[in-house]
Design a protein around this ligand. Structure first.
Ligand SMILES: [Mn+2]
Length: 273
């Protein structure tokens, strides 16, 4: 069963990002519930930003699940990445993500590593950067396992990282780690830029996919760009994907209409599963 999810971002520094809701936590949750979403994906400044008891209460009140937690604030606010040449910064990046994993795990939600993977920066050998990334993902994947959740690693398009841009390269990389607890995020916006065929790539690497970001070719809500979504939905059903398709899309033309468009598209492509 494929489930619907909508993003709520509570990080002022990244207000121009592709997240649907920006209001305070309860407003976003209430709107998500009203539209019939199954779950939320949360972006917060840190693991300590929301009291777990408060979130538990709100999820129960509105009968929603927490699908995943994002870690991008670690880079945006603190400049932390897993591939920084400075060992102390890499260590802080691991601590930041580790805390986010433990926060999400209280709700059964995995953490996502996207921008915090970083880049191969000038002066660093490519192999060295990949070693640091592998080291970080392995440590964090094992920590997530001890907390009872998976860890989600997200290949990004070439304009956001020079490490891994496709599901295929991501699958080869996580399969070589000494933990099997790291899964991939199939972000349909990044994939639209990088993959030869989105459905073929989903079919080829289905076993590695743990989460999906649901956005159209221009990163607007699904239905407002030119991605051929029907074939992608078919591929996700073929791999018997049973996780979330989460709207990480621009709040275009505004958050409420973007959320309505997303749930309409979700019903169109996934309701007859
Ligand atoms: Mn994404």
């Amino acid at each position: 069963m494929i489930k619907s999810c909508v993003t709520i971002a509570l990080v002022p520094e990244i207000k121009t990002g592709p997240w649907i809701f920006w209001e305070n936590l309860e407003t976003g949750i209430a709107k998500a519930a009203d539209l019939g979403f199954d779950a939320l994906e949360l972006f917060t400044p840190a693991a300590s930003a929301i009291e777990p008891e408060i979130l538990t209460g709100l999820l129960q009140k509105y009968n929603l699940a927490l699908a995943a937690v994002g870690t991008g604030a670690g880079k945006v606010i603190h400049g932390l990445t897993l591939t920084d040449p400075n060992q102390e910064i890499r260590k802080q990046a691991i601590t930041f993500i580790s805390d986010m994993i433990s926060f999400g795990a209280q709700f059964g939600a995995p953490a996502i590593i996207g921008s915090m993977q970083g880049n191969v920066v000038p002066g660093v050998e490519r192999e060295q950067a990949f070693e640091w990334l592998a080291e970080g993902l392995t440590k964090l994947g094992k920590h997530a396992q001890s907390e009872g959740v998976s860890l989600i690693y997200e290949p990004l398009n070439r304009y956001e990282t020079n490490l891994i841009n496709t599901l295929g390269d991501g699958a080869a990389f996580v399969q070589a780690l000494s933990t099997s607890n790291v899964k991939l995020l199939a972000d349909l916006f990044h994939m639209n830029i990088e993959e030869v065929s989105l459905p073929d790539s989903i079919r080829a690497h289905g076993a590695s996919i743990g989460h999906v970001h649901f956005a159209d070719s221009n990163r607007r809500p699904v239905g407002l760009g030119h991605t051929a979504m029907a074939d992608i939905a078919t591929a996700l059903r073929e791999i018997t994907y049973n996780g979330y398709v989460s709207a990480e899309a621009f709040p275009w033309p505004n958050p409420d209409e973007a959320a309505r468009q997303t749930i309409k598209a979700f019903k169109q492509y996934f309701n007859n599963q």
